[in-house]
Write a protein that binds this ligand. Sequence first.
Ligand code: ZN
Length: 86
Amino acid sequence: MIKMGMYDIIDGITVYCAKCGKIVTNDFQTKDIKRPFLDHYKPGDTIPEDREFGGSLEIHSICEHCEFFVSVYIKIIDNKVTTELE
Ligand SMILES: [Zn+2]
């Protein structure tokens, strides 16, 4: 299920692997922001209005401990990235 194409990178989100329970430290990627282009966002960053989407972002990564595919949703409030998981 590897898809080609661009994505953006979300830094600074603490997520525990659903399989091994350790913190996932690899970068999280998302394709939910319009016109993804390897931009980095972290909690508190504002997503530009012309790249808006909906109220949450699906972000995913691979656990470096057990190689599990980790996917979570984070809330976007007032166009700002938050650390809140849905
Ligand atoms: Zn893991």
